[in-house]
Design a protein around this ligand. Structure first.
Ligand SMILES: NC(=O)c1ccc[n+]([C@@H]2O[C@H](COP(=O)([O-])OP(=O)(O)OC[C@H]3O[C@@H](n4cnc5c(N)ncnc54)[C@H](OP(=O)(O)O)[C@@H]3O)[C@@H](O)[C@H]2O)c1
Length: 365
C-alpha cells in the first residue's frame, strides 16, 4: 500500500462566502484522474489548476484533485493534490492502490466524487459499473466503454440513471465538438435520426491532408500526427480504423441505432506505397481522399472515399472533423457539426466541460 500524504479526516465542504451565488458554502467534489501524466490528462490538470480558485469563488464549486494515477504511479491526498505538480506526488503504483481508492470513493463518508478517465484502458472501463452503482460519477475520453457490446452500453446508461451518477463522454467522438449531446437531444425530443455521415478521425484527417497537400510520405505523416498528440496511444488503432469504428459506434448508439461492432463494415487503410499514384489520379478527377464513416439503423461503413474538392468534407483543414446528421425533419439540409477533431488541449477542454456538468449534477443530489 502506498503511503498517503496528509491522510487526515477532511470536511466534505469548505466554508466561504460567494457573492455571485449568495451562498456560504463551497461544495466539495473529489476528482480522481486516470492517465495523470498522459497528454490529455496533463492538459486537463493544467486547466484544473488554472480554474480551481475561480470556480470556488464564483460558483461555489470546490474541485479537489483527490487522486491521480497511471499504470506506473499513484498519488492520493485527502487535502487535495497540486494539479500542476502531480509528478512530485506520485509513488510507484502498488497492486492494492486502486482497490483501496475505490473503497474510499464508494465509502459512506466520502464527498461526491468523479472518476476522470484519460486512458485508453479496458481495465479502467471494467470499473465503470461498480463506480456508477456506488454513486460515483464518470467523465471519460476513453472510447472503449461505449464500444463494448450493446448490453454493456445500456447497463452503464441504466446505472447512471438508477443511482443518479453522472456519466459523461462527449470527447469520445469529435474531441471537443459537441456531437453526442446534440444527438441525444434529437432523440429525446422525438426527432428520428435516419443517418450519420462524417469525417470522424482527427488523426486520419491530419495524415491524409499532409500526404495530399504537402506530398509527405504516409509514414512521415503518421509520425508527425503522433508527435502532435493526434493519434491514439497506439497509432495502429487509428490506421486499422479501430478507433474510428469505436467513434462511429458511439455516435450511432447515441442516435438510437442499436448496433453491435460486427454491423460496421471496415475497409482497412493501407500504407502500400501507392499513395502518390492514388493522389495523382484523384487530382486529375478534381477529388480528394478522405476516410468517411457512415451509419444508419441497419449498420455502418468506414473506408477511403475520393470526393469532389468542393464538397464540405474535402474542404476540411488538417485534423478537422465534420459530421452530418439527417433526421426525419432535416432531410434536404443535414445538421452539420464541424471543428478540431483531435489534440490534447482541445480534448482536455472538452473533458473539463463534462466535469463541470457532472460536478453540478453531483452537488444537486
Ligand atoms: N489525444 C487526443 O487528441 C484525443 C482526442 C479524443 C480522445 N482521446 C482519448 O483520450 C485518452 C488519452 O489519450 P492520450 O493522447 O492522452 O494518451 P496518452 O498520452 O498515451 O496517455 C494515456 C494515459 O493513460 C494511462 N494508462 C493507460 N492504462 C492505464 C491503466 N490501466 N491504469 C491507469 N492509467 C493507465 C497511461 O499511463 P502510462 O504512461 O503509465 O502507461 C497514460 O498516462 C484515450 O482514450 C484517447 O482515445 C484523445
Amino acid at each position: 500500500m502506498n503511503v498517503y500524504i496528509n491522510e487526515t479526516a477532511m470536511p466534505t465542504t469548505t466554508l466561504a462566502y460567494h457573492p455571485a451565488t449568495n451562498r456560504h458554502v463551497a461544495t466539495r467534489v473529489d476528482l480522481v484522474l486516470i492517465g495523470a501524466r498522459g497528454q490529455v490528462g496533463s492538459a486537463f490538470r493544467h486547466r484544473l489548476a488554472q480554474q480551481q480558485a475561480a470556480l470556488k469563488r464564483d460558483l461555489g464549486l470546490d474541485l479537489v484533485l483527490l487522486a491521480g494515477l497511471d499504470r506506473r504511479g499513484f498519488a492520493f491526498d485527502l487535502h487535495g493534490l497540486s494539479a500542476n505538480r502531480i509528478e512530485s506526488h506520485l509513488c510507484a503504483r502498488e497492486h492494492a492502490d486502486l482497490e483501496h481508492l475505490l473503497a474510499h470513493l464508494i465509502g459512506p463518508d466520502s464527498a461526491p466524487a468523479l472518476l476522470i478517465d484519460c486512458s485508453a484502458s479496458e481495465e479502467i472501463t471494467d470499473l465503470y459499473p461498480r463506480l456508477l452503482a456506488g454513486g460515483v460519477g464518470i467523465v471519460t475520453a476513453n472510447k472503449r466503454a461505449n464500444a463494448r457490446p450493446l448490453a454493456f452500453y445500456r447497463e452503464l446508461q441504466r446505472l447512471s440513471q438508477r443511482y443518479d451518477a453522472p456519466y459523461h463522454y462527449e470527447t469520445t467522438a469529435g474531441a471537443a465538438i459537441p456531437l453526442l449531446g446534440p444527438l441525444r437531444d434529437l432523440r429525446q425530443r422525438g426527432e428520428r435520426v435516419t443517418s450519420i455521415r462524417g469525417v470522424l478521425s482527427g488523426s486520419l484527417s491530419y495524415i491524409l491532408a499532409r500526404v495530399q497537400d504537402n506530398d509527405l510520405a504516409f509514414s512521415t505523416a503518421v509520425i508527425e500526427a503522433a508527435a502532435l498528440g493526434y493519434t491514439e496511444p497506439d497509432p495502429s488503432e487509428d490506421l486499422c480504423l479501430r478507433d474510428v469504428t469505436r467513434k462511429l459506434l458511439g455516435l450511432a448508439r447515441e442516435a438510437g441505432f442499436e448496433l453491435e461492432v460486427g454491423a460496421i463494415e471496415v475497409e482497412p487503410l493501407q500504407d502500400d506505397g501507392h499513395w502518390p499514384e492514388r493522389i495523382a489520379a484523384a487530382r486529375l478527377r478534381g477529388e480528394r481522399w478522405l476516410v468517411l464513416a457512415e451509419a444508419d439503423e441497419h449498420g455502418g461503413r468506414i473506408g477511403l472515399r475520393s470526393l469532389p474538392k468542393d464538397s464540405s468534407f474535402a474542404a476540411l483543414r488538417p485534423g478537422q472533423n465534420l459530421v452530418q446528421v439527417s433526421t426525419d425533419l432535416q432531410r434536404e439540409v443535414p445538421l452539420s457539426l464541424a471543428g478540431p477533431g483531435a489534440g490534447p488541449e482541445i480534448t482536455a477542454a472538452g473533458v473539463f466541460s463534462d466535469v463541470l456538468a457532472a460536478a453540478r449534477q453531483l452537488t444537486r443530489r
